[in-house]
Design a protein around this ligand. Structure first.
Ligand SMILES: *[C@@H]1O[C@H](CO)[C@@H](O)[C@H](O)[C@H]1NC(C)=O
Ligand SMILES: *[C@@H]1O[C@H](CO)[C@@H](O)[C@H](O)[C@H]1NC(C)=O
Ligand SMILES: *[C@@H]1O[C@H](CO)[C@@H](O)[C@H](O)[C@H]1NC(C)=O
Ligand SMILES: *[C@@H]1O[C@H](CO)[C@@H](O)[C@H](O)[C@H]1NC(C)=O
Ligand SMILES: *[C@@H]1O[C@H](CO)[C@@H](O)[C@H](O)[C@H]1NC(C)=O
Ligand SMILES: *[C@@H]1O[C@H](CO)[C@@H](O)[C@H](O)[C@H]1NC(C)=O
Length: 809
């Protein structure tokens, strides 16, 4: 017996060993320049032909390097990265091979591949776009013309009406964009129609790890997922056609428009039903920048703060820094880890990180009982037939008695109903744990109600369970229905029903007399407070490393609508049963907010094609609103209450496109400023910078990381006082005089020099900001610096300070 256990144990250990040495993917950086560096420095590369030749040379160089080093058959090269980074992704099966690569000369850094997460959760009118900005850009259909937004996401469904090309736009005027369209499963050559200008997919790591399922994930740019925010949804928000009817189950919910209907879409599918791998995402970004996209919209991020000396040095962040160097603006979802502090999953100052707000559109349904009572609930559902009341029957009272083994109250089992009893009645279904475990439970209720010929359903809460946030309340229903997600209403309904139902001595319902009608739940109501930061939206302060040491960087950067966004959806999507089969869906998440900003950025880029990524971000940030529709300070949802939002909830505030297009002043920054920033980050030394970007830090500059010229000021560790330099650039052509207004954070004094200044058109000047600690509060406190121009430009710069000590020791 003992020996038997022993043997089992040994074989278990052997199996574990064999699993642990299982195939892995590594990203290896080579100590040679990528195409972009040589192009920027004009070394050997003067035109696109030179670039192609050099790209081939790099790729062949990787092959030769590997062949000379490793035995054939012990590895597979998945990608050569050539444009932003010089390196490759390699799939290997043993530790030995890794050791050989680690030992080889010319290798700068090796990163093991990591899984990435889709940043999901669980509108144009509202931003004032149609009247304002679109007009100045030549009308809705032209707005964003010439700008290409690259989506690193789950693919696209080219047949969707938001992406058909109604007036065949023809090729892009600039001719700068060189993206390809990969033809493949469900993705014909006609899919790239002028609206969609590029579509490719990157799945080699997903395949190497065995996570790619070809029947589910499609080896083509086709969107198979749909778990939340995916490209079809995000792309339609940023750049969908103007005025496409949102018709679901035959009901017109209004019209959908992208933020920049004239912008073009290029899709780089690198995220799948299970998520994705960094090496695929890195390949997608490399290709997108090489193709010439103007803006990258990233709805994926790491699942946790990366390890290493600093989150800013992680391979993807570095690649995105090089993308910024190439003039590409990178927009990334902040993450959906809110409302906990430091839940942000988008770290670097060269990336624009987007928080999500709840909008003022609410759907609210009403049930009117026969006794005159009425209750409100949710349910995007049609009304019950006629203006008459319908008899009510509880599911358990209208089911066969031989079904005790299954729970009939939840209405998940159509076979349990007694057809003659349910026909034409409103059925009371009860919330059970079935609804927790099955995202499609509400869809199943609606389908069963339809099939058994009932008039509709009322989903009530169970007093034993309590009120629950019911999943799927934003799905559109084909049958009348209301979700009474409120214990009081649920109990009142039950009391009314029970007292009007006649029962036999053994408790069996024999006559039903309770009646009700359900009103139309599909009419949107635009009242209430908005915008409000959504509870799920990830919060700052930004973190520098996995120890959650905070950084001198404001995150998130800006707030945009993210909850209950109507946007295009792929009817064949496999990912989310709640909305399967629909052309449009209401979704929530910071990845729903991200494309709003990508679209607004496209409008700015259209108007100001030469602006740097930093200037565009600055324009959006300095002009953002910090008050809501009522003129009160924007609030933030926490788990159970509303509190005043801080810059760690909403960055600079809620995006205001009309003002962002004409900001007056911007805070600009370029590649070498970001390198200076990196070199000033605590814990980052010359060696780690060299490993990450290929060259080391400039000579001692005496700069702090808070000196990076951003449209925000964050000091995470203030001891005594700190002098901060900002440089503003007048992007208007006229001279303007500004005066400086400061609202000091608690516990510090802020002095800005000068207090007023005149700035000529097209020129820059410096401001010196002295922040002095008065009191150590052991918490961040917030203030702002406002530059008020005499020509109606107002530049608002949030200030966040953590005073560690008021004294210099
Ligand atoms: C690494 O390189 C050293 C010196 O070049 C050599 O002695 C050693 O065997 C190498 N190790 C591997 C695993 O190749
Ligand atoms: C692949 O996906 C299909 C469709 O969703 C599913 O039926 C099948 O079980 C999956 N295969 C694997 C190996 O997971
Ligand atoms: C729903 O609408 C009704 C009628 O317009 C209103 O009385 C009720 O307060 C609303 N309920 C909610 C939760 O907004
Ligand atoms: C329950 O009884 C009905 C009719 O008496 C029958 O049609 C049904 O199949 C039965 N269900 C079960 C689970 O036995
Ligand atoms: C702007 O200011 C400069 C010097 O301060 C002056 O020479 C110039 O005429 C001004 N331009 C306009 C348009 O007022
Ligand atoms: C600023 O630049 C614009 C466009 O290049 C030009 O029209 C304008 O005259 C310039 N303004 C000043 C004050 O130099």
């Amino acid at each position: 017996m003992a020996s038997c256990i022993f043997i089992l144990l040994i074989s278990f250990i052997m199996m574990w060993n064999c699993l642990s040495s299982e195939a892995k993917v590594f990203m290896v950086l080579i100590d040679e320049e990528p195409v972009l560096s040589l192009k920027t420095e004009q070394v050997n590369i003067r035109n696109d032909r030179d670039a192609m030749v050099y790209k081939k040379k790099i790729s062949i160089g990787h092959d030769i390097f590997l062949e000379s080093l490793l035995q054939r058959g012990t590895y597979t090269k998945l990608y050569s990265y050539t444009h932003l980074l010089n390196g490759f992704a390699i799939h290997i099966e043993s530790e030995e091979v890794l050791k050989i690569i680690q030992n080889a000369t010319g290798v700068r850094a090796i990163h093991e591949d990591v899984k990435m997460e889709k940043l999901t959760t669980h509108t144009p009118q509202c931003l004032g776009l149609p009247a304002g900005v679109w007009q100045t850009l030549g009308g809705a259909d032209n707005s964003g013309e010439g700008v290409v937004i690259g989506f690193i996401d789950t693919g696209i469904n080219p047949e969707h009406p938001s992406f058909v090309n109604p007036y065949f736009r023809g090729t892009l005027k600039s001719g700068r964009f060189k993206g390809q369209c990969s033809i493949g499963e469900r993705f014909p050559s006609t899919a790239c129609n002028g609206k969609i200008v590029g579509a490719q997919y990157f799945a080699r790591a997903a395949m190497a790890y065995g996570d790619f399922n070809s029947t589910r994930d499609f080896a083509s740019p086709f969107d198979a997922d749909g778990h939340g925010r995916q490209v079809i949804h995000t792309a339609s928000t940023a750049a969908g056609n103007h005025h496409v009817p949102v018709t679901v189950n035959g009901f017109n919910y209004g019209y959908a428009s992208g933020m920049a209907p004239g912008a073009r879409i290029a899709v780089y599918k690198a995220v799948y039903t299970f998520g994705g791998y960094m090496s695929d995402v890195v390949a997608a970004v490399d290709q997108a920048v090489e193709d010439g996209v103007d803006i990258i919209s990233l709805s994926v991020g790491p699942s946790a703060v990366p390890s290493g000396p600093s989150a800013f040095l992680n391979l993807l962040e570095m690649e995105l820094l090089f993308a910024t160097r190439a003039g590409v603006l990178v927009i990334q979802a902040a993450g959906n880890g809110g409302p906990s502090s430091s839940s942000i999953l988008s770290f670097s100052p060269w990336i624009t990180s987007i928080a999500a707000s709840v909008t003022d559109r609410k759907y609210n349904n009403t049930i009117k009982l026969g006794n005159g009572q009425s209750f409100s609930g949710t349910g995007l559902a049609p009304p019950t037939a006629g203006r008459v009341h319908h008899l009510i029957a509880a599911a358990a009272d209208a089911s066969h008695r031989n079904t005790t083994a299954i729970s009939v109250e939840s209405c998940q089992h159509p076979e349990a109903f007694i057809r003659s009893l349910v026909r034409g009645k409103l059925i009371i279904c009860t919330y059970t744990f079935d609804f927790e475990h099955d995202d499609a439970a509400i869809a199943t209720v609606a389908e069963n109600i339809k099939n058994i010929g009932a008039a509709g359903f009322i989903l009530r809460m169970d007093p034993d369970i309590g009120s629950m946030p019911v999943k799927g309340t934003t799905m559109t229903l084909q049958v009348p229905g209301i979700i009474l997600n409120n214990m009081q209403a649920s109990m009142a309904l039950w009391e009314y029903y029970d007292s009007n139902t006649i029962r036999s001595r053994c408790g069996r319902a024999v006559a039903f007399n309770a009646k009700a009608r359900i009103l139309d739940g599909r009419q949107a109501i635009y009242t209430g407070q908005a915008p409000v930061v959504a509870s799920y939206s990830s919060r700052g302060p930004d973190v520098n490393n996995a120890h959650l040491q905070t950084a001198d960087v404001l995150k998130p950067n800006i707030l945009a609508p993210g909850s209950s966004i109507w946007a295009a959806w792929s009817p064949s999507s496999e990912g989310d049963p709640i909305i399967k089969g629909q052309n449009f869906a209401l979704l929530s998440g910071t990845s729903m907010a991200t494309p709003h900003i990508a679209g607004v950025a496209a409008l700015i880029k259209h108007k100001h094609p030469k602006w740097s990524p930093a200037a565009i971000t600055s324009a959006m940030m300095t002009t953002a609103d910090v008050t809501d529709h009522f003129g009160s300070p924007i609030m933030a949802e926490t788990t159970n209450e509303l509190v005043h939002a801080t810059p760690f909830d909403f960055g600079a505030g809620f995006v205001n496109p009309a003002r962002a297009i004409d900001p007056g002043l911007v805070f600009n920054a370029h590649f070498h400023h970001y390198v200076q920033f990196l070199c000033a980050v605590p814990g980052v030394d010359d060696k780690s910078v060299r490993q990450a970007i290929g060259f080391g830090c400039p000579k001692k500059t005496g700069l702090w990381s808070s000196d990076l010229n951003t449209a925000s000021i964050t000091v995470s560790n203030l001891v005594g006082s700190r002098n901060i330099i900002r440089q503003v650039t007048n992007v208007g052509s006229a001279n303007e005089t500004y005066k400086v207004i400061v609202r000091e954070p608690l516990g510090v004094e802020v002095a800005v020099m000068p207090k007023a200044f005149k700035i000529r058109g097209n020129s820059s000047r410096r401001l010196k900001i002295v922040i002095k600690a008065i009191e150590a509060r052991r918490a961040y406190s917030f203030g702002e610096m406002v530059l008020q121009g005499q020509k109606q430009h107002t530049i608002r710069v949030p200030i966040a300070v953590y005073v560690s000590s008021s004294m210099r020791s």
